[in-house]
Design a protein around this ligand. Sequence first.
Ligand code: CA
Length: 525
Amino acid sequence: MPITTLRSILLLLAPLTLSIASASGSILPDDNKAPSRPNIIFIFADDHATQAIGAYGSVINETPHIDRLADEGVLFRNSFCGNSICAPSRATVLTGLHSASNGVLRNGNTFDGSQPTFPKRLNEAGYNTALIGKWHLAGDPTGFDHWRVLPGQGQYYNPDFRTPDGEVRIPGHVTELTTDLALEWLESGRDPEAPFLLMCQHKAPHRSWMPAPQDLGLFRDENIPEPPTLFDDYSGRSGPAGDQEMEIARHLSDHYDLKLDLPQDTSSLKGPDSWVEGMRARLSPEQLAAWDAAYAEENAAFLADPPTGDALVRWKYQRYLKNYLRCVAGVDRSVGRILAWLDEHPEIAANTMVVYSSDQGFYLGEHGWYDKRWMYEESLAMPLVVRWPGHAQAGSEVASLVQNIDYAPTFLEIAGVISEDPVHGQSLVPLLKGEKPADWRDAIYYRYAESRATHRVAAHVGVRTDRYKLMHFHEPEYDSWELYDLESDPLELNSVADDPAYADIRADLQLRLRELQAQYGETAD
Ligand code: CA
């Protein structure tokens, strides 16, 4: 029997299988009515760290709407990416494959849109599919009935959206506009007779952290608590951590990142600072006036008495964090608007899985850093919160090791799609239901390959279990190993890779790393 025929038969059988499973579970469907396939709303932020989410224990901000999702759903405590940068994580989410297998190891790689993705398979199975917001994969999206995406990184103010009919510039702030377009499609753009997949993907809180006008005043008179490692000296590690360009102290740009006033003569501005005039030209006179007014007093005080040394680092930390958290506030409000729409449509809400996640984590001053890339915890972690009424236990947590390779098989399973596409991940459905399969993974694989690109983070590979993390910086100038016991050293300040007491653990993890590389068809280059 040809594979395509087999797939068609399995697709026909899928609703039957679902109704049998449901009949033995907590939901008893009407005998004459198989349960309709669940809708999926996937809300995906860019660079939103778990440290800035209330439900994950944030001490620096509040996210009431994401927290509500966690109260009504499942929060994954050990959720990780496989390659902590934007485009690779997005390609992995779509395909369920680690980077080498989906072809996007680096931000500059082109995503081959002809390969299988879960939106394509859902679309083929009758789902109405839409993608709104950040795409960040070269080429047009494939597998979507409807798409409105930001070109490249997109703009915070008055952004352009690419559509199948060309580009359109829409006045306003990108987070609000992305939400507006998503709600518009939910309300009147989709096929009301079909199950749907909506991917609502925000630019925020990605650099350059430009908050919406209504959020510019947040945190103004507050002092954001500092992480214990803001003044990290990088001792205790093998070398690369101290040899990068992502320190708050030394690498944030004065104007692009820190929003200090431009000098009269802008001809000598370099790097990101040389983009600020173009960014400002994009704002309407009213937006620009609100923007400048928001920073005027603090900027004047800075210029009148510029801080130095540690005080300057602390000033930069406050300025950076406040803008980042203001952008997060906009994303959280977007989650609230989408949940409010579902509240107004309870029948749809009851059959809709809502997912909140971000393409990777981020450094909010930990180790003195901003940005991501490393396999250290803050950028390795991906927030993952899932509400699935009638299936996932409200307010529960999952401690199992999960990764962005797991998203595609999860969505395929809940949609009842049987696919022969190769995937590296496992469906999260059992975990969502409170089960833990005996064969669930005991380790995750990681590979960062964008060596010597922006921020000069050395390429590395690694493996993480529930307690240990082994990292290998494999380029000739480093060729060094780091090993962390996350139980005794959760901040990852002292590598025990060369500690004889950990020799057996290191040997086991090195073997595990090689096994995972073989399993995923990966090599270190
Ligand atoms: Ca990102």
